[in-house]
Design a protein around this ligand. Sequence first.
Ligand code: HEM
Length: 99
Amino acid sequence: MNTPTPEPNKQPENNSLPEYTLAQLALRNGQDRDEIWVGYNGLIYDVTRSRLWRRGNHYEHWAGQDLTKELHKDAPHTEHVFDKFHAIGRLKTPTSSVS
Ligand code: HEM
């Protein structure tokens, strides 16, 4: 009947999340600050508490970037790995050139 814990991700209210640039995302690569963020599909997820993203590194991938293409190209899993993380922001320049 009542749902005490709403799904945190892919909510309509994502639209009201703050926007961050790729440069701001890059600061959260697990090296320069405590926060570890990953960009995926226009959203930014805080994966700081994940043991699998310690120091920002995850199977030769680095946090602090838009990893949308990499997930589809390299990962053995789907985007559902993000289900348990909160989107904390939106990417200002979603999935364009990766440099
Ligand atoms: C060579 C590429 C990769 C490998 C081998 C890999 C492997 C794994 C494995 C084994 C897990 C834990 C089991 C699971 O949930 O399926 C995992 C979780 C996860 N992966 Fe990847 N992955 C890769 C790429 C990526 C990329 C590019 C992203 C981001 C777009 C990503 C995001 C995540 C996240 C957010 C989790 C959940 C972490 C947690 O639950 O603490 N992975 N990955």
